[in-house]
Write a protein that binds this ligand. Sequence first.
Ligand SMILES: [Zn+2]
Length: 157
Amino acid sequence: MVLARQAQEKQRKSFAQRERREIKVRKEKLKSRADHIADTQRAFNAWIRERDAGQPCISCGTTADVQYCAGHYRTTAAAPELRFEPLNVHLQCNRNCNMGKSGNLLGYRPRLIEKIGLAAVEWLEGPHEPKKYTIDELKALTALYWAKTKELKGRAA
Ligand SMILES: [Zn+2]
């Protein structure tokens, strides 16, 4: 009796597992370009947070124990081709600068010049070729940035 019930339970679990896997595959297939871009942005931003961990906010210089995020210098709306450009994205305090002052660009620029140099900032501010990623490229970027993030996290631990 017990064995039969255990077998049944095992079967039910593997069925549920298979179903979850199938849903995941189906969801992945239904993803739009925008969904893939959002996936890559999540991975890229996580990597930025690890890369800059312990550094002050790029815009106001705070090192307070607040929430930090990855803040774009050229916004993704203004310069979508720079959304995954490492020079364009730096650790920023979330509430005061990223949300509160919509990026606090006034404070961002001088610290960015200190960090990456005037020539690189001027390059960011200049014109750029539009970038058109394929879905496969986006998937590869997502995997790459999660791997890089994991690597940095492993080093810190
Ligand atoms: Zn700040």
